[in-house]
Ligand binder design. Structure first.
Ligand SMILES: Cc1cc2nc3c(=O)[nH]c(=O)nc-3n(C[C@H](O)[C@H](O)[C@H](O)COP(=O)(O)OP(=O)(O)OC[C@H]3O[C@@H](n4cnc5c(N)ncnc54)[C@H](O)[C@@H]3O)c2cc1C
Length: 303
């Protein structure tokens, strides 16, 4: 674990400490300021010496993916601020294909007058973009700044390679739509832990590899649909985005807002993208891809 992490919200700090405490209680030895430099056979080479391992769990976050595939990495900036224009209970998301290509800006209130405001996008200067966004909103005071890359390309091909097990953002386990990963990365860690303890008993590689199967079974389809929704969103310009939102009826908004089922996440987006006016365009643009995903074709056909 590397202590000087760029991204650390107060909630995550508490979660990290809670998990660290549980691990320590169960026999783990925790070393901070010990970044991994290299893996050589069964040795982890760190800045503070070598550590022998039977299984290495790579949980280095998005930084582990930088060398693998930069196309899935977007820059983000998020400030925790005090501002009287933050309304309690009102989450705001702003789509703008020019300012935030491939992503959006957001305002998430913690309570009235306090919250997290952020931006992310492909190839943007996240800090400048966020500050421009904040300046046009009004007065604010910054309490905390976070600059961190996010990953939107979905799971990597192999979570397990020999005796290295990759989990969390390092394995691409955050959502392709919002890059949220607390839940899906956390479950990745749990499944990996179970598979590793089984493997240590049986020494069967299949037991280790059962981790990826379990994760894909739980999240694979939803992540596939989200990747598809992302592809669609990335191709929309501001005019099409406005047209889609203009076509939303109050019933659809209520339908989308009231249904918080995990599976519904992408169907909400698809419903919006598949609105009558844009359905033909979507089908023309993505015809081949839609046909590859029968469930999506089914959703679209019902709209
Ligand atoms: C601005 C922002 C807001 C977000 N908001 C949300 C949200 O509201 N909800 C949600 O679900 N998700 C959110 N996410 C995503 C979420 O934070 C990640 O999906 C999650 O933290 C991934 O957990 P992880 O343990 O895999 O990686 P990380 O939390 O990134 O942890 C990786 C750890 O590895 C350490 N490390 C890196 N390199 C090395 C090395 N060489 N050696 C040793 N240690 C190393 C790092 O210092 C860090 O401590 C947000 C992300 C960002 C950037």
């Amino acid at each position: 674990m590397q202590k000087n992490k760029t991204y650390q919200s107060s909630t995550d700090a508490k979660l990290d400490k809670q998990i660290a405490r549980q691990a320590q209680k169960n026999g783990a030895e925790i070393r901070v300021k010990t970044p991994l430099k290299e893996i050589r056979e069964n040795k982890a080479i760190t800045t503070s010496g070598e550590i022998d391992f039977k299984i290495l769990v790579d949980a280095r976050g998005v930084s582990a993916l930088a060398q693998k595939d930069r196309t899935g990495i977007l820059q983000s900036a998020q400030y925790e601020i005090y501002a009287d224009w933050i309304e309690k209970g009102k989450v705001e998301v702003f789509l703008d294909a020019e300012k935030y290509p491939g992503f959006f800006s957001w305002i998430i209130p913690s309570c009235g007058g306090t919250g997290k405001v952020g931006v992310a996008g492909r190839g943007i200067n996240a800090m400048q973009t966020l500050e421009r966004f904040l300046d046009q909103k009004g007065k604010y005071s910054i309490i905390r700044k976070v600059f961190a890359p996010i990953w939107v390309n979905g799971p990597i091909e192999n979570f397990v390679s020999g005796n290295t097990v990759i989990v969390g953002d390092a394995a691409g386990q955050s959502k392709p739509t919002t890059a949220g990963g607390i839940y899906s990365c956390g479950i990745g860690g749990i499944y990996a832990g179970r598979a590793i303890s089984k493997f240590l008993e049986t020494k069967k590689q299949d037991d280790l590899e059962s981790y990826q199967k379990a994760w894909i079974e739980k999240f694979g389809k939803e992540f596939e649909r989200q990747s598809f929704a992302r592809k669609m969103l990335e191709r929309l310009d501001n005019k099409s985005i406005d047209a889609i939102f203009d076509a939303l009826t109050p019933e659809m908004i209520a339908d989308i807002s009231n249904n918080d089922d995990f599976d519904f996440h992408t169907s909400a987006i698809i419903k919006m993208l598949g609105l009558k006016g844009s359905l033909k365009v979507a089908q023309t643009m993505f015809g081949a891809e839609i046909r590859k995903l029968p469930r999506l074709a089914q959703i679209l056909s019902k709209l």
